[in-house]
Ligand binder design. Structure first.
Ligand code: PXG
Length: 463
């Protein structure tokens, strides 16, 4: 900003700044122009804003004083519910003790402590942890590692990356290149070269209203053989998929599909990356989807629930084989020319360790199994309501797909979302005409009842 334009905006109001932690943080802002909100229809939102002032357990409190039941764990991240005391305490203590320490040829204790904890939770021999600050960064890190891994072991021609239609892997150029959501790709030019996509597995015609894993579609895993035949395995570095696609509107893998993908990758020496930014940390009834589905990838990308959403953090969990390929050189040589200023930030590590303690103490990774049947029964009770064309569920994830209005796709979903929020005090997440649900794992049956009663009212009211 030039000195002139700063002057034209007037002097900074230090009184207002010092009040930031009090009244300003819980009241409607006086102007909403400057914040360019992500993935948001800014004009529409700012005309009818929805602002949260505080949160505790299963509930948000909005700035207009309403208690809103959180059926989305924030944005798939607050798996232990909001503002949990152990996590709050850990973050407070850490910021008072060590605010920052670099991790490039320096460090502090907690990144090591946390890495051991994450390696214990991870399946198979995924014993190494690389830190990022978001899911997008974790994904780009994993894709780079896969390519570099092959080069390190003398197969530098393996550079091709394979994603899947409808995949969401964040918003870095790597992530949108392997991702399969047209709106996230079409604006941004040619993207990465040498990327191809598997077909997606959403098949409402054959699998509508499946409970848990859909029965049909295992054969879609063979699509990977098609791509191997087309490109030759010797050019392919990695396949990246979400065990359950989240952002695309919750696509559950057909029974046996992930195992088959694993077999094909192994046969052809292709690195398999599970993007578990959503399915990690108890969402599907185990630490990771990998364990719940009984399929061990070579890398897992994680974020969101790693810190219960309260401090940004992403991570890549990496197998011994991949890690060790980078450590064969002399001791003074840098293993991997990659990393972020905030990789392993002490505040994020403190939050993550306290989060893992909370998950363990409260057995939250079992909750999706314990409550799974009740959740399934609740969500499928919406079958038959106006415009409901599919219902999908797995673990504590659910989706209700509505038929789009002719010529106005997405509007029916958006209406349901705003009605549930404003009339039903219920926070859901909508992508297109799909209502997606991913409540905090601390929820109880009474919350499940309320979520589906409110949604039933909403669907009747917005038909
Ligand atoms: N991978 C997956 C599987 C994700 O779901 C990311 C990567 C990127 O994470 P970051 O931290 O860079 O946002 C995600 C993020 C939604 C929604 O409504 C989902 C995400 C983000 C925002 C909205 O489904 N997932």
């Amino acid at each position: 900003m030039s000195a002139d334009s700063q002057a034209s905006k007037g002097a900074v109001d230090h009184g207002a700044l010092s009040d930031h932690y009090g009244a300003q943080a819980t009241a409607m802002p006086t102007s909403m122009d400057a914040f360019w909100m992500p993935f948001t229809a800014n004009k529409q939102f700012k005309a009818t804003p929805r602002l949260m002032a505080s949160a505790s357990g299963m509930f948000y409190k909005s700035v207009d004083g309403r208690e809103v039941l959180d059926a989305t764990a924030g944005l798939w991240c607050c798996n232990a519910g909001h503002s949990r005391p152990r996590i709050v305490e850990a973050v407070k203590k850490q910021i008072e003790t060590l605010d920052f320490a670099p991790n490039f040829s320096m460090s502090s204790p907690l990144p090591f402590v946390l890495a051991e904890r994450l390696a214990e939770l991870a399946p198979g021999n995924l014993n190494h942890v690389f830190y990022a600050n978001s899911g997008s960064e974790a994904v780009d890190s994993a894709l780079k590692m896969a390519i570099a891994y092959h080069r390190a072991r003398g197969e530098g021609q393996r550079t091709r990356l394979i994603g899947r239609e409808k995949g969401y892997h964040g918003v870095g150029f790597g992530g949108i290149s392997v991702g399969g959501l047209p709106n996230n790709r079409k604006w941004f030019g040619p993207l990465l070269p040498g990327v191809d996509h598997l077909r997606h597995t959403l098949d409402i015609a054959r699998n509508a209203f499946s409970k848990g894993l859909p029965e049909h579609g295992l054969e879609l895993a063979e699509d990977l053989e098609r791509l191997v035949a087309l490109h030759d395995a010797s050019t392919i570095a990695a396949v990246i998929i979400e065990p359950i696609s989240g952002s695309a509107g919750v696509v559950i893998p057909p029974d046996g599909y992930l195992k088959r993908i694993r077999e094909i990758c192994t046969r052809h020496g292709i690195v398999l990356i599970f993007d578990e930014v959503i399915t990690g940390f108890g969402r599907v009834g185990d630490a990771f989807g990998a364990q719940r589905f009984g399929v061990i990838p070579d890398m897992i990308t994680a974020a969101k629930g790693i810190t219960n959403g309260c401090v940004p953090m992403g991570a890549v969990l990496v197998s011994d084989d991949i890690h060790d390929a980078f450590t064969q050189g002399p001791d003074h040589v840098i293993d991997l020319f990659h990393g972020y200023t905030y990789s392993g930030h002490p505040l994020a590590c403190a939050a993550a360790i306290a989060t893992l303690d909370t998950y363990a103490e409260e057995n939250l990774f079992d909750k999706a199994i314990e409550l799974g049947d009740y959740w399934q029964q609740g969500i499928h009770s919406l079958q038959g309501l106006p415009n409901v064309i599919d219902i999908r569920n797995y673990g504590l994830i659910g989706a209700i797909e509505l038929s789009p209005r002719a010529g106005a796709p997405g509007t029916r979903g958006y209406d349901a979302f705003t009605h549930a929020f404003h009339q039903g005090n219920l926070l859901t997440r909508v992508t297109g005409d799909v209502i997606a649900l991913s409540p905090p794992l601390i929820l109880e049956k009474t919350h499940i009842d309320r979520i589906f009663e409110t949604l039933a009212d909403t669907l009747r009211a917005t038909s």
